[in-house]
Write a protein of this length. Structure first.
Length: 351
């Protein structure tokens, strides 16, 4: 087992290991010794692990459970309002806690509810997908989607604890597992050439504990330096500006990981065309993405993607900051006027 400490506005530990789920109350009691817990999960995770979790918790805590439909389309105002009403109806107080038990959608929505219900209650996390373990469960970004775009309504709100049991990923479909791999690839491309080499050599047989821990270490270091996303934390958006546009244009039929993978490849191609990055950067990027059965292109026009980017939360006035690769294992930030985005990404779509 590995432990990573996040030193943000609230300091907390992330535990990474195999079969941690079987002793989950031992970890939760470190930060939440008593009180009532509202478990927030989705119908897929609940069917697989819900009874086991509730049986463990019931021996120590008064526990209730809110089950939402799985998928990005549930991360909306309606589900958020239903959860808030559920918390109120079940008499959750400021001394109680929300436990997010699921992937990124569950974590985002549950975290936002924890941040806003009664002006903030304790927030515990057990991520069940690879993507949530390496990315969305770390750093305190919580949100729901609006009709106009993804993650437009949210809050920075750090959890008390994150328990990453990678044995839970064994039940993931190939597609959902690959989604998490896209975020892992992102960490390698923005910050760690050694991680890139490990992934290139091992493919999907990568060392679970090493890779998950390394991704969390990278993110925790960035979050400690820039918790509220004003500077260096924006490096974590590599592939995401284009990726979120692709997700929205597909009405979320294209998954987050697939969209981000395509976004990284498109950006690398653009930077190769404009001689911003090293000549090997695009080839390295595409080779690794393909090794994890992820897409390297999208079927949308540059005008469609540029239009979707107008609703991106990272936009600031007439500008948006893009993450550009310089070489494999290093990215930089560059601010662009919105009107230049379409022409800039056009080259990347000619793959």
């Amino acid at each position: 087992m590995k432990t990573v400490s996040v030193n943000a506005s609230k300091k907390y530990n992330i535990y990474i290991g195999d079969n941690l789920f079987s002793s989950v109350t031992d970890y939760l009691s470190k930060v939440f010794p008593e009180g009532k817990i509202c478990v927030v999960t989705d119908d897929t995770v609940d069917g697989l692990y819900g009874d086991s979790l509730m049986n463990q918790l019931s021996g120590k805590y008064d526990t209730v459970k809110f089950v939402m439909k799985h998928g990005e389309k549930s991360k909306n105002i309606s589900t958020y309002a239903s959860l808030l009403n559920f918390l109120a109806q079940n008499h959750i107080t400021r001394s109680d806690a929300i436990l997010a038990f699921g992937g990124g959608v569950v974590g985002d929505l549950a975290g936002f509810a924890a941040a806003t219900f009664l002006r903030g209650i304790k927030y515990l996390q057990i991520p069940t997908t690879l993507l949530a373990m390496v990315d969305s469960s770390v750093g305190g970004k919580t949100a729901i989607d609006l009709d106009a775009g993804k993650n437009l309504c949210g809050a920075f709100y750090q959890p008390e604890i994150v328990i990453c049991d990678y044995s839970l990923t064994k039940t993931l479909s190939d597609e959902i597992f690959s989604d998490g791999c896209a975020e892992i690839i992102k960490y390698a491309l923005i910050s760690d050439y050694d991680l890139f080499c490990h992934l290139s050599e091992k493919g999907k047989d990568f060392d679970r504990e090493y890779v998950i821990t390394r991704c969390i270490e990278i993110k925790s270091e960035i979050v400690a330096a820039d918790e509220f996303d004003g500077a260096v934390r924006q490096l974590l958006n590599y592939g995401h500006t284009i990726g979120h546009a692709i997700e929205a244009l597909s009405d979320y039929k294209i998954t987050h990981g697939s969209a981000v993978a395509a976004g990284m490849a498109i950006m690398a191609k653009t930077c190769e065309d404009k001689e911003i990055c090293a000549p090997s950067c695009y080839e390295d990027t595409v080779s690794l993405i393909k090794a994890f059965d992820l897409p390297t292109s999208a079927s949308y026009k540059s005008s469609e993607i540029a239009s979707a980017i107008l609703s991106d939360k990272k936009r600031k006035g007439a500008n948006i900051t893009l993450v550009l690769p310089e070489k494999t294992g290093k990215c930089v930030l560059k601010k662009f006027p919105i009107e230049e985005i379409e022409n800039f990404i056009l080259a990347g779509l000619k793959i």
